[in-house]
Design a protein around this ligand. Structure first.
Ligand code: ZN
Length: 348
């Protein structure tokens, strides 16, 4: 009774309520849905006014990336100072919880906004290539040859889902680049080998998809150096390209140094399908097409994830659409070789 009174009489500060993981995920999902709708509204606005500024450089996009990081790494972001399990018997108005989650996501998105500002301050149409430990260095796809697209599939491999994507590419005579997580390749080794045996390009996306912005040398050694070594050994490939989880960490000189030391080139993207959140293949397809039409040379790097069923359907729609419109679909390696003066059948 005394305990009950106490909790009734104390005016609770916001942080005294420990939200459960499910609550946090619930509110974060609501917010990320709102952000996705905002992204689509802004994209439609750009289409209407033929505004070719990349959607990847908007605040909304920074928040979306941050929201995804929040949802996938909730344990890392939970506040351990307030980890008591049972909350007060008082019901916290849900809008307070919602605001707490959105504030955390918005705060985190500032890190990504700094990367965006860096890209803007350089020259958003220029690609700056690794290895370099000073300044920015990314392949974005913005300077790829006209009408040339690279499909990239992240976060896999994952069993049949990955195999479906590979079959869709293979049956059309196409190749794509798969940014694999070493831990997933170990778990789904036959899918990883399937990607390789179909002649697809394999690239690295870290060991376990943790954000690598401002992390220690030890963590980088594991997520980049060991991840590369283990994946290369597992399926006998040579890895040349790396993509940071959430694209986070390109401004960190230590992160850049480790990527460069591993002779990896960092690859960003200029088209985000948001297929990790959107479940509707047609809307994913439409979102990609709109962004693609606004690129300066109708070229670049498209981001998909081969771990979702909607992604397989949407990417097949996009493959057919591009083939019908005489666009070229090549791997990152083929496009870079072509830029470097080497003849590549895909680009002839
Ligand atoms: Zn990823």
């Amino acid at each position: 009774m005394k305990k009950l009174l106490c909790s009734l009489l104390t005016v609770p500060s916001l942080s005294s309520f420990a939200m459960s993981m499910q609550d946090k995920a619930h509110y974060a999902n609501i917010y990320v849905d709102e952000l996705m709708q905002e992204f689509d509204r802004e994209l439609n606005h750009r289409v209407m006014f033929n505004n070719t500024e990349s959607m990847m450089l908007t605040k909304t996009y920074a928040k979306l990336i941050s929201g995804r990081d929040y949802l996938e790494n909730m344990e890392d972001h939970s506040d351990h100072h307030h980890s008591h399990k049972s909350a007060s018997i008082l019901e916290v108005p849900s809008f307070l919880n919602f605001n707490e989650v959105t504030a955390t996501i918005n705060k985190q998105s500032q890190k990504f906004q700094k990367i965006q500002n860096k890209i803007k301050s350089l020259n958003q149409t220029a690609d700056v290539i690794y290895p370099s430990v000073n300044g920015a260095g990314n392949i974005t796809g913005n300077t790829f040859p006209a009408n040339t697209w690279a499909f990239t599939f992240d976060d896999g491999p994952r069993g049949q889902r990955t195999k479906t994507v590979v079959d869709d590419l293979y049956s059309r005579g196409l190749k794509a680049t798969f940014f694999m997580l070493t831990a997933e390749a170990i778990k789904y080794q036959s899918a990883a080998e399937y990607v390789k045996d179909a002649g697809m390009e394999i690239a690295l996306h870290s060991y376990t998809h943790k954000s690598l912005a401002g992390v220690s040398q030890t963590r980088l050694d594991y997520q980049v150096t060991k991840a590369k070594k283990d994946l290369e050994k597992l399926i006998d490939v040579k890895l040349e390209y790396f993509r940071l989880p959430y694209g986070a960490g390109t401004r960190s000189s230590l992160t850049r140094k480790v990527i460069a030391q591993n002779k990896l080139v960092h690859l960003f993207w200029n088209i985000d399908t948001l297929d990790w959140k959107d479940k509707d293949p047609k809307s994913i397809f439409a979102r990609a097409k709109k962004q693609m039409a606004l690129t300066p040379k109708k070229s670049g790097v498209i981001l998909f994830h081969d771990i979702h069923s909607q992604s397989a359907v949407a990417s097949a729609l996009l493959m057919d659409y591009l083939m019908e419109n005489d666009k070229k679909i090549c791997t990152i390696g083929e496009i870079i070789n072509h830029i470097n003066g080497q003849s590549e059948a895909c680009l002839n």
